[in-house]
Ligand binder design. Structure first.
Ligand code: 5GP
Ligand code: MG
Length: 209
């Protein structure tokens, strides 16, 4: 689903992070390089919050966060938005094998909030093949919301397998498997305050098999 109208203008605001061009060496032992620093993330969230407030005016927003990945991003982003907000979460079965996408994502469990006639903002950590968000958006659309928009922290635009663009994007990043700030490898590294590329020898540790 292509972003339209005012939203497509906002997409142009998505930037390569200042550090991405040089891929800073990391002071985090697990990371080969830092793609987006903690300071870059927090500065971008202030601007994303302002973009969201401009889009919604005084309206109440019903946020649906895709967990676990979007937990840290959602928690920090919502603190930059003044609108009244309802928050729900949705969990997707992992359809990824190690760092690759296989099969089809499936929605696990139910939303607890009613979305009918509500302005829904769906938040995920990263847009990659597009399968996850296109599945969730079509599911939400069946619930008759007043509107549905999508916001992702990271976008690997070159990797799309289904046609999908988010309305709001934090950073465009290159096609690299990243961890940190909510993003995991085998459930680890979500707590790093920045986003970086995992050292190759840590990508298949035998003790996690
Ligand atoms: P898509 O369905 O768009 O291919 O993938 C979206 C999901 O795949 C994200 O919510 C995230 O869980 C996972 N994913 C995609 N790329 C990465 C990555 O570089 N690192 C991590 N940790 N997860 C990723
Ligand atoms: Mg995810």
């Amino acid at each position: 689903m292509p972003a339209t109208g005012a939203a497509s203008k906002l997409l142009e605001n998505a930037t390569m992070p200042p550090t991405a061009a040089k891929s800073e060496p990391s002071s985090y032992p697990a990371l080969e390089s830092v793609l987006v620093s903690e300071a870059d993330i927090q500065a971008r969230l202030k601007k994303l919050g302002a973009e969201i407030m401009a889009l919604y005016g005084q309206e109440e927003i019903t946020v649906v966060a895709v967990i676990n990945g979007a937990i840290l991003f959602t928690a920090d982003l919502l603190r930059n938005i003044d609108n009244p907000i309802r928050l729900d979460c949705i969990r997707i079965s992992s359809y990824r094998n190690e760092t690759k996408s296989t099969g089809k994502p499936q929605v696990l469990g139910n939303l607890s909030l009613d979305l009918a006639n509500r302005h829904v903002l769906l938040i995920d950590d990263i847009l990659d093949t597009g399968k996850t968000l296109s599945l969730i958006v079509s599911m939400i659309q069946k619930l008759n919301p007043a509107s549905v928009r999508t916001c992702v922290l990271l976008d690997k635009r070159g990797r799309r397998e289904v046609e999908f663009e988010a309305d709001l994007v934090g950073f465009q990043i290159p096609d690299k498997f990243v961890v940190g700030y909510g993003l995991d490898f085998a459930e680890r590294y979500r707590n790093l305050p920045c986003i970086g590329v995992l050292k190759p020898h840590l990508q298949n540790p035998p003790e996690w098999a």
